[in-house]
Design a protein around this ligand. Structure first.
Ligand code: ADP
Length: 656
């Protein structure tokens, strides 16, 4: 019975395969399978629009595979690539598809995201970028390449216009009606309001799972704790709950829990159990969870914003758009009629929410993207066919940053250094710091610092043990800066043989350290490819930390702040008033600091800061600290003195 053999593995299909297959066959896209095959055959590009949950992400790639399998004699060389804007979704969806196909993840089906490659040369899920523009170019030269653009939104016409009027295929959703409720008055504390609403739904509404949208890890963990506590206080008059968090840094095994079923009633015939998913806007479009009947939408999400004038990219909790609110409420009607509780007034919905969320490319620092495009040989960025063209100022800023870093020459061409930098999956500043670190005899340490900066915060501060946690952190503290503190943590973790109980006792997040180690190994491999030396200054030498700080400055010389006589810091050249983030480990207020991050909250903070010396600025980055091109400020006058001192020194040397 050859039909029962999985042609990808050569083994018989498992029981699980058949179980899932039955479910798959009920998804809306399955009813239009033949129509899809016809459309795919006829044209090079195809736009497919379908409500979330219709099966676009998980089924269509498999349909394409089936089509390719049928048509092509030369199977070994075909590959189906799917892009996913979110890392979590890329991992989760590829696992699901591997399971549906009854194959091992990483073989026929894999994924590749920043810092993690779980793919073979056969099928890959990727996270996208300015991919559309590139694809459009490639399509012209590759008639054999097929493109299917899938979207849940109404932006289909925009895609159609962009991709030469490609045919449109619509998959009707299975959406049930969703009743929308608004609050009478604006809520002062949306977190508290969200928790209260969860408890009320659980007490008074009919069975069905709840999805709550919040903005970030900390808030979500906090909410989960509070929901559990409040519901357990209600005793057995209510059913049991399973509260599951969902955010991007959650480990995959935990993410999978959102697909678990709600708990059964504690006693037979007792009140029904409920699953309560508390998620960032990942659950808005990227992941579909069945069984959700109630959605709670406080109206906020963390969004990237970029201000090219001061070169600041930050994540800000901001009001969502009407389109987002619509997507969110739709999540309640997947399996039966549902309810959506918007924790804002109806008036606010109409008057305050913008119609659409701005495309991410318009809200990002483009330096990385520009470097990638340059590497791919796209020289004329001004005329590059972006689907959503970024503001000229943002593009200019990106080119300028890359020029200052030496990745592009004055004509905008990629330099040798830029070529190497573009191979690192990092921001250009960090790549630059890594590439030059051997010159400062500290590439080992810079690798560790880069890895630590690339993973979530490694310090744990549980509510019930804040003092102990702060003391533990202080033991790692380096008085010259947070970057060096991170290095201390990494070293201590390695010296203690990566021991989980050591991490626990020292309030260090083991998961973060483990992924830092993983990132570090990948960066080491890239360094090796370019023969960049791995080296360290002798730990006993007084230059050990100085060299590290200088190497950091060689990458981050555009992220420097100066302490003014008035007692606050001003960012260099942009003259923004900033404050040292309270999490810093410094025991003094240095005259000059480099910072890793600019955080906009109630005040402007710079986070992860390290003390550097003014002399190093004029030595290491004179092209950026060129005073002819500098706004009048205190920092300029200090720099003038430093330049004069340097000239005097040179003169003296020459005279001798
Ligand atoms: P769309 O892309 O149209 O939003 P998907 O292909 O993502 O739809 O989802 C189709 C169905 O597969 C949904 O019912 C969803 O709940 C289910 N599904 C997706 N991933 C998983 C998973 N990891 N585990 C269980 N079910 C899943």
């Amino acid at each position: 019975m050859s039909s029962l053999i999985n042609r990808w593995t050569g083994k018989p299909y498992s029981q699980r395969y058949y179980e899932i297959l039955e479910k798959r066959k009920t998804l809306p896209v399955w009813h239009q399978k033949d129509e899809f095959f016809q459309a795919l055959k006829k044209s090079q590009s195809l736009i497919l629009v379908g409500e979330t949950g219709s099966g676009k992400t998980t089924q269509i790639p498999q349909f394409v595979l089936e089509a390719v399998d049928r048509e092509s004699s030369d199977k070994s060389r075909k590959m189906i690539a799917c892009t996913q804007p979110r890392r979590v979704a890329a991992m989760s969806v590829s696992r699901r598809v591997a399971e549906e196909m009854d194959v091992t993840i990483g073989e026929e089906v894999g994924y590749s995201i920043r810092f993690e490659d779980c793919s073979s040369a056969r099928t890959v899920y990727l996270t996208d970028d300015v991919l559309f523009g590139l694809l459009k170019e490639v399509l012209k030269n590759r008639p054999d390449l097929k493109l299917v653009v899938m979207s849940a939104t109404l932006e289909a016409e925009k895609f159609q216009g962009y991709f030469f009027g490609a045919p449109l295929m619509k998959v009707p959703g299975r959406l049930h009606p969703v009743e929308i409720f608004y609050t009478e008055e604006p809520e002062r504390d949306y977190l508290e309001a969200a928790i209260r609403t969860v408890v009320q739904i659980h007490m008074y509404e009919t069975p069905g799972d709840i999805l709550v949208f919040l903005t970030g890890e900390e808030e979500i963990e906090d909410a989960c704790r509070k929901i559990n506590k409040e519901i357990s206080n209600l005793g057995d008059q209510v059913g049991p709950v399973k509260v599951v968090p969902l955010y991007s840094t959650l480990p995959p095994a935990m993410q999978q829990k959102i697909f678990d079923a709600a708990p059964p009633p504690t006693t037979e015939g007792g009140p029904a159990g409920r699953k309560i998913v508390v998620s960032t806007n990942i659950a808005e479009t990227s992941l579909t969870i069945d069984g959700i009947v109630y959605v709670i939408d406080p109206g906020f999400s963390k969004q990237k914003v970029y201000n090219p004038r001061v070169r600041v990219e930050s994540l800000l909790v901001s009001p969502i758009s009407k389109a987002s609110a619509h997507q969110r409420s739709g999540r309640a009607g997947r399996t039966q009629p549902g309810k959506c509780f918007r924790l804002y007034t109806e008036k606010s919905f109409h008057n305050d929410l913008v119609p659409q969320t701005y495309p991410e490319i318009l809200r990002s620092n483009l330096a990385n993207t520009v470097l990638t495009l340059k590497k791919l040989g796209i020289d004329d960025l001004v005329h590059f066919d972006f689907m959503d063209p970024p503001a000229p100022e943002t593009l200019m800023r990106a080119l300028e940053v890359l020029n200052y870093l030496g990745a592009l020459d004055d004509d905008g061409n990629l330099t040798k250094l830029g070529e190497i930098m573009s191979e690192f999956p990092l921001d250009p500043q960090m790549s630059k710091m890594l590439v030059v670190s051997p010159e400062f005899n500290c590439s080992n340490e810079i690798l560790s610092i880069s890895a630590m900066l690339s993973v979530p915060n490694c310090f744990v501060r549980p509510r019930e043990a804040q003092k102990a946690a702060d003391e533990a952190k202080a033991r790692f503290g380096h008085i010259d800066g947070d970057h060096l503190t991170l290095l201390n943590v990494y070293h201590a973790y390695k010296q203690n043989n990566e021991d989980p109980s050591w991490c626990y006792e020292n309030f260090v997040n083991q998961r973060a350290l483990k992924s830092a180690d993983n990132v570090r190994q990948q960066l080491v491999r890239i360094m090796a490819r370019f023969n960049l030396k791995l080296c360290s200054t002798d730990f006993k030498s007084r230059d050990y930390y100085i060299n590290i700080r200088k190497a950091m400055l060689a990458g981050y010389f555009m992220q420097v702040a100066h302490l003014e006589r008035t007692g606050h810091y001003l960012t260099v050249k942009d003259n923004q008033v900033v404050h040292l983030h309270p999490s810093n480990c410094l025991d003094h207020k240095p005259e000059w600091v480099i910072y890793n991050e600019y955080v906009l909250t109630s005040r402007n903070f710079i986070r992860t800061v390290t003390d550097i010396r003014g002399e190093w600025l004029v030595d290491i980055a004179p092209h950026y600290y060129d005073l002819a091109n500098f706004p009048q400020c205190e920092a300029k006058r200090v720099l003038e003195k430093l330049y004069r001192k340097r000239e005097d020194k040179e003169d003296n040397k020459n005279r001798k």
